[in-house]
Ligand binder design. Structure first.
Ligand SMILES: [Zn+2]
Length: 295
C-alpha cells in the first residue's frame, strides 16, 4: 500500500488532490432527503466524527484531482472558483481564495501547465475554476487546456440556461464561455482518453455523469466525481442526495460500480469525502464499506 496515501502512484502516473475547501456545509438530514432520523442515529457510531459532526453537519471536501502522466497534466473537476455570484449558497458566493492555486503550486504546477480539464458533470462545485474573471469577462483559467465534457450533459445544461439563466449562473459564467472560446471537447460518457485513462458512465446524480478510471487492472484508481457524496451512500446505496437528477438511477449506478470494484485492489478517489478521500470498497451487508488506505 502507498505511504503516504497521497499522491497515488500507478506506475509512471500519479494522482494528486487539489483541495479548495473542506467543511460541514450542509445538514446531513437535508442533504439526504430519504434518510430517517432512526437510521442516522444507528449509524452515528461510525460516521462521527470523520464524516458527520456532533451537530449533524455533513463533512465534505471540495476538491479537484490532478493526473500527472509522462505526457499530460489533467485536472479532473474544477471546484467552485473565485468571484462567482452564488446567491443561494453563501459559503460559495463570491469566493476569493488562493488555496486552489497554492495547492496546484505544491504539486509543481501552474494554470499554464494543465493540458486537459475533465468535467465529470456540470454542477457549480465542479466547474468553477474552468473560468476566471479578466477585465469583466469570463475567460478560460487554463489558457492552453482542452475541456472535456459529455455531449448529453452539456446539451441538458445549455437548455436549462436558455430556459432560465438565473437558476444556473455557473453554466453562464463557467461552462458556456469555454464553449464560446472553442475549448470544449465534446465526447460520450464512455470516452477512452488513452489506454490508461477511461471514462465510466455513472449517470443519476446528473443526466450523463461520468467517473474517470486511471491505470491498468490490478493497479488502478477510480475518480468517482459525485456518484457518491458520503460513505453513508455506500452502506445504503438507495439514499439519493438533494440535487440528484434521478436518485433511483444513481442508486443503480452505485450498485453496478461498487459490485464491479468491491473485490479488487482499485483505489477510489471519492471526490467529496473528507481528506484524504481515498479507500477501497468492500461488501457490507446489502451495501458497501470504504476501507481507508493505510501505510
Ligand atoms: Zn454534483
Amino acid at each position: 500500500m502507498p505511504m503516504p496515501t497521497m499522491p497515488i502512484a500507478l506506475g509512471d502516473i500519479t494522482i494528486h488532490p487539489i483541495v479548495e475547501q473542506e467543511g460541514a456545509f450542509f445538514d446531513v438530514m437535508g442533504f439526504f432527503p430519504e434518510l430517517s432520523k432512526e437510521v442516522f442515529d444507528e449509524n452515528r457510531f461510525w460516521l462521527q466524527p470523520d464524516f458527520v459532526t456532533a451537530t449533524g453537519g455533513l463533512n465534505l471536501c471540495i476538491q479537484s484531482f490532478v493526473i500527472k502522466t509522462p505526457h499530460h497534466n489533467i485536472l479532473v473537476d474544477a471546484c467552485v472558483g473565485n468571484h462567482k455570484p452564488r446567491p443561494t449558497r453563501p459559503f460559495w458566493n463570491m469566493l476569493n481564495s488562493d488555496r486552489f492555486e497554492k495547492e496546484l503550486a505544491a504539486v509543481g504546477l501552474t494554470v499554464n501547465d494543465i493540458d486537459y480539464v475533465m468535467c465529470t458533470h456540470l454542477h457549480t462545485d465542479h466547474v468553477g475554476w474552468n473560468t476566471k474573471l479578466e477585465n469583466g469577462r469570463w475567460v478560460p483559467t487554463f489558457p492552453t487546456a482542452r475541456y472535456i465534457m459529455s455531449d448529453r450533459e452539456l446539451a441538458h445544461w445549455t437548455q436549462r440556461e436558455k430556459d432560465n439563466p438565473s437558476s444556473v449562473p455557473w453554466i453562464t459564467d463557467s461552462v458556456l464561455p469555454i464553449v464560446e472560446a472553442k475549448r470544449a471537447q465534446i465526447v460520450k460518457s464512455d470516452f477512452t482518453f488513452n489506454e490508461r485513462i477511461q471514462f465510466i458512465p455513472t449517470p443519476g446524480h446528473t443526466i450523463d455523469h461520468f467517473s474517470v478510471l486511471v491505470g491498468k487492472a490490478g493497479s488502478d484508481c477510480l475518480i468517482t466525481g459525485d456518484m457518491i457524496h458520503s460513505p453513508l451512500q455506500g452502506r445504503y446505496p438507495q439514499y439519493g442526495m438533494m440535487s440528484d437528477y434521478d436518485s433511483r438511477q444513481a442508486e443503480k449506478t452505485r450498485h453496478q460500480v461498487f459490485d464491479r470494484f468491491c473485490e479488487s485492489a482499485t483505489v477510489m478517489c471519492a471526490t467529496h469525502f473528507p481528506s484524504p478521500s481515498t479507500g477501497r470498497v468492500r461488501r457490507w451487508g446489502d451495501g458497501y464499506k470504504f476501507v481507508p488506505l493505510r501505510g
